[in-house]
Write a protein that binds this ligand. Sequence first.
Ligand SMILES: [Zn+2]
Length: 235
Amino acid sequence: MRDQITALKELQKIDIDLKEIEINLEKFPNIISDFTSEINQHKESITNQKSALTEIEKAKSLLESELEQNELSIKKAEEKLFEIKTHKEYEALQKEIADMKRSNSDLEEQILQKLEEIENSEKKIAVDEETLTSKETEYSQKIEEYQLQIEELKIVHEPKIVEKNKILERISTEVLPIYEKISNKNGQALALVVNELCTGCNMNIPPQLYNHILTETEIHQCPSCKRILYTTQGE
Ligand SMILES: [Zn+2]
């Protein structure tokens, strides 16, 4: 039974390694894709801000040409004032000019507002572009590191599986299902007995069972956590 325990210990060691490798082989590509999508989100946000900026600039141009048109109309109306004969007509035209001037100062205010929006938007875009550049540098370095680690993990993964299969050949068909059942449930299927305590769950091992473990004639499980027990005796 000692050789079974030896093989199980080797199996447990390799299973722990394999689990870590497999977790990272799944985790690292996800980290890389998170980095990539964060960068893409940044790029998309900048693109959206730029098209919003273009819209504001268009709106500002429209206001400016409206203002220009109105100024022309005011000028024409003011010239017309000199040709008017009746007082009533004169007053009507003067009122029209005052109205146009009022609407123009409204337009000027709106243009100023657009200018301010443009300035703020340009500032924000510049800051975001700077952040994007530094993130791209940082992330591309990290992505490269993770890709390297993935390659390294792939290189060790295959030989570990070959090694595991060789160990499995040494384990009896009665013992293996016990090992697999406990390791699926508890992570580790073996527990060392120290000072008559199971190190898997800290339960006291009854003296009679402890003596059986020492004789190593068969596989013994902890009465509490069901792990396969072994001692360092004879090592
Ligand atoms: Zn136990």
